[in-house]
Design a protein around this ligand. Sequence first.
Ligand SMILES: [Mn+2]
Length: 321
Amino acid sequence: MEKTIEKLDNFNGSILIFTHENPDGDGIGSMLALYKFLKKKGKNIDMAMKDELPHTYDFLSNVDKIKKLPVDKVYDLGILVDAAGVFRAGTEVKAKEFMRIDHHREGEKYGDWDYVDITAPSTTTLVAKLLKSWDEKLIDKDIAESLYVGLLTDTGSFRHSNITPEIFDIAKFLVKKGADPVYISHKVFERNKPEAIKLLNKVLSTLQFHEGGKVASLTVRKKFFDDTGAKEEDTEGFVNFARGIDGVDIAFIMIQKPNRPDTWRVSLRSKGKYNVQEIAKELGGGGHRNASGCRLNGEEDEVRERILRVINKKLKEEENK
Ligand SMILES: [Mn+2]
């Protein structure tokens, strides 16, 4: 972290902060917090991502300044937040050198100025620590709010197994700096669009149990998007309905890409000791122990079978441990 601060403090060139495609609260929160802080430090800063901003995060300050990737300009430094490698941006990012601030396992390394800690429950906790030790007084309400959003969403509202006592110290720090937990929870979780709930209604009807009820799956077909007018980002969090079922240890959702129907985006979730990162890795993806993902091509049933085969293998390995 010291090297990260040193690098940024002495850097006078143009900087682009960016995050992964299908951006989440952690990627967006990290990006916005760094943007505002580095602006205050007088840096030449832009931020960008490939996809639309999910409306859940539209209340955060400076979201109107987020550019759309790809950007023509070649930046002197690209800061990748909340992703294992620049490839996760989902499109080209032009910069002379890169820096990575992240908590994903097995990612790319760009320099000794990278700040990667796979034990951190969110990238925003890393950004919070970084900004706090760099210049604490510059952390204002807007910055604290952005950081709190990433902490809240990546820990599943402080419910996932990535929670440590230290997390509550960081949460406390952010609340003291002006982040309002009630207001933020309302903005993030209680503004569902009617079409998103109509989509959820269809998706819940696809619920299937496997492995004697230990595994549950949901499916989002392209047709559901066409019928309801909902968008891909409206599926955020749907997988948790499957994960939340009593007796289910592993859950997954398969989302048919509306613009590329032969591609399925798969999100895997687990409870406790069950490691979906290993499952995702075997399917060509990655992530964390309790939350991972991958992309697969093919017909719906065949894709589901492929996922189930890997899950079956991992469950057997787990039993034999
Ligand atoms: Mn994250």
